[in-house]
Write a protein that binds this ligand. Structure first.
Ligand code: AMP
Length: 214
């Protein structure tokens, strides 16, 4: 299975991508996680990416394409989370996948209204080790500040601040939302209601994938 997850910041697409990847036993490839890792390791890509990420802006295409492309080349099945983020990246992905003879099976678009997104992002916590995602209100860890899955320390992302969140929404509207039309035109867009509970969204995703024979 090869799937792309689309959705605004805070839509829960990362959480759903993790759940689906675990169920289907395939890798979840998150461009945000790859970039955060590069920033931590202070690689050349990480050094270029940091200032854009802190502002909530998109990292230049060539940096992200290189990072994600390298990761995809080793896989036959995957769930892409956070990539592509604009039409140029989607075109590059198409080129790469057609070169590898691995077409996309579908694009899952997680829809959530703006008011809900702000509330979700401002309470989000991420595990520093396994990248599991929690929420102080909607999905709290059993022990405060500690990951249920691996015992790692939970942190709030530096771009989950109000100024960066506002910028990330604008970036999404201007650059990422046009991808909904891009994939709709090709007939492989599957839209799901992202306002449900985490389990509710996963069930809807499974049902819709089944309907599409994926
Ligand atoms: P995410 O974890 O997907 O919310 O991504 C966090 C940040 O990483 C974004 O706000 C961007 O600065 C950067 N980023 C992640 N994926 C991409 C991408 N496909 N293209 C450009 N920048 C990205």
């Amino acid at each position: 299975m090869r799937i792309v997850f689309l959705g605004p910041p805070g839509s829960g697409k990362g959480t759903q991508a993790q759940i689906l990847a675990q169920k289907r036993k395939i890798p979840q490839i998150s461009s945000g996680d790859l970039l955060r890792e590069a920033v931590l390791k202070e690689t050349p890509a990480g050094k270029k990416a940091k200032e854009y990420m802190d502002k909530g802006a998109l990292v230049p295409d060539e940096v992200v394409i290189e990072l994600v492309g390298e990761r995809i080349r080793n896989e036959r099945a995957f769930i892409l989370d956070g990539f592509p983020r604009n039409v140029q990246q989607a075109e590059k992905l198409d080129e790469l996948l057609s070169e590898l003879h691995l077409p996309l099976d579908g694009v899952l678009n997680v829809e959530v209204p703006l008011e809900k997104l702000i509330e979700r992002l401002s309470g989000r916590l991420t595990c520093s080790q396994c990248k599991a995602i929690y929420h102080v209100k909607y999905n709290p860890p059993r022990k405060k500040g500690v990951c249920d899955a691996c015992g790692g320390v939970l942190f709030q992302r530096s771009d989950d601040t109000e100024a960066a969140i506002t910028h990330r929404f604008e970036t999404y509207k201007n650059q990422t939302e046009p991808l909904i039309r891009y994939y709709k035109k090709r007939g492989n867009l599957i839209t799901v209601d992202g306002t449900l509970t985490i389990d509710g969204i996963s069930r809807e995703i499974e049902e819709r994938l089944r309907e599409h024979g994926i």
